[in-house]
Write a protein of this length. Structure first.
Length: 367
């Protein structure tokens, strides 16, 4: 049968959201040729945060399981990669253990290790819910911090440990220059495309999960656990499975963060990081991949932008003249932006995107 007018590729390209994603994709591919190292590292940090936020949104947004221990699984991925890919050595009084595996294999195993850690905790996640699960996962942060600071042979203690560079298909993602179109590519430029590919695959997989049968089961568990069980949904199995999947996403984000920072520090993987990830999915939009990506960009990029341009912010003056210091002004503006986003966009920043969710004026329900 002939297609109706406006149903082909041309019609899809006319959609605002499709055009927005197309323009955004072109810009993301071109950024390494034009941006300096500061902005590339900020973008890499945002992409790593987006991967971790997608995993947490599967757990909290789609399934309704509150997790306060996401930073623990990021630490498992980051330090797992360092131990698996690094060589045994001595650093600042610590005998560091390393298995010396190929870096690409170490990255894969680190993600699986984070999933294994989530699997060990999944029986608890399958039985608890709400604030009780939040408190249980909060305990992971305290356990993780104790291990990171005291297991010196694995983590390097307070000083952390250096991160081995990634090598994939004969390409080393280090500061060795590779000239592309008269532009020198170093570690940040090389990692940019690897992180972009990882984010794309992570987002597509999560989108497939949410739009398929597992996603409908997860939403049923979130909305009414007892009714979902009556309909034949294996509630405990799904809740445990999504916890493992979320942990693997966190492990991948941890590996990418380690590669960007080039050194792991225990104090970074604390409670504040877990709270930031919760803020990402709430501000961006619960239960959607786009919400996780937009929220991660907001929470991770905005403080860096404000700090970078803090000298140009309003009400800023020199110390002792009665005005605000640049650092204080950037923190106040960031806090005000977070409050404004939650207050005026309760459904998340994705409501600003073309084709994003809307709310009925009468019922307040999403459409």
């Amino acid at each position: 049968m002939p297609r109706a007018p406006g149903t082909g590729l041309t019609a899809r390209l006319r959609r605002p959201r499709t055009c927005l994603w197309a323009v955004g994709s072109v810009l993301l591919l071109a950024f390494p040729f034009y941006l300096d190292r500061f902005w590339l590292q900020a973008g890499l940090f945002a992409m790593a945060a987006a991967i971790g936020a997608i995993g947490l949104n599967l757990l909290t947004g789609a399934t309704g399981q509150l997790s306060m221990g996401h930073a623990f699984f990021l630490a498992v991925g980051a330090y797992g990669y360092c131990v698996l890919a690094g060589e045994s050595s001595t650093s600042k009084g610590h005998e560091l253990t390393g298995l010396g595996l190929p870096s690409w294999l170490a990255a894969v195993l680190a993600v699986l290790l984070a999933g294994f850690a989530g699997g060990l905790f999944s029986p608890i996640a399958g039985r608890l819910r709400g604030a009780y699960l939040g408190i249980a996962t909060l305990a992971l942060i305290f356990i993780g911090q104790h291990v990171l600071f005291n297991a010196g042979s694995l983590t390097g203690g307070f000083n952390g440990r250096a991160v081995p560079s990634l090598s994939l298909f004969g390409l080393d993602f280090d500061d060795t220059e590779v000239v592309v179109a008269a532009v020198p590519f170093q570690s940040a430029e090389k990692l940019w495309y690897a992180a972009l590919l990882a984010l794309l695959l992570s987002g597509l997989f999560a989108r497939g999960v949410l739009r398929g049968r597992p996603g409908r089961a997860l939403n049923a568990i979130r909305d009414h656990r007892i009714a979902a069980g009556v309909m034949g949904v294996p509630v405990a199995r799904y809740r445990a499975g999504v916890f493992v999947l979320s942990s693997m996403y966190a492990g991948l984000a941890g590996v990418l963060l380690a590669l960007v920072f080039q050194r792991t520090v225990p104090e970074y993987f604390g409670m504040v990081l877990s709270l930031e990830y919760l803020a990402m999915i709430v501000i961006g939009g619960l239960g959607t991949v786009a919400g996780a990506v937009v929220g991660a960009a907001f929470v991770s990029l905005l403080p860096q932008v404000l700090t970078h341009y803090s000298d140009s912010l309003p009400l800023v003056s020199a110390p002792g003249t009665g005005g605000l210091a640049p650092g204080e002004a950037s923190r106040y503006l960031y806090g005000a932006a977070v409050v404004a986003a939650v207050l005026f966009l309760p459904g998340g920043l994705t409501r600003l995107l073309p084709g994003g969710p809307t709310r009925s004026k009468k019922s307040g329900e999403k459409k």
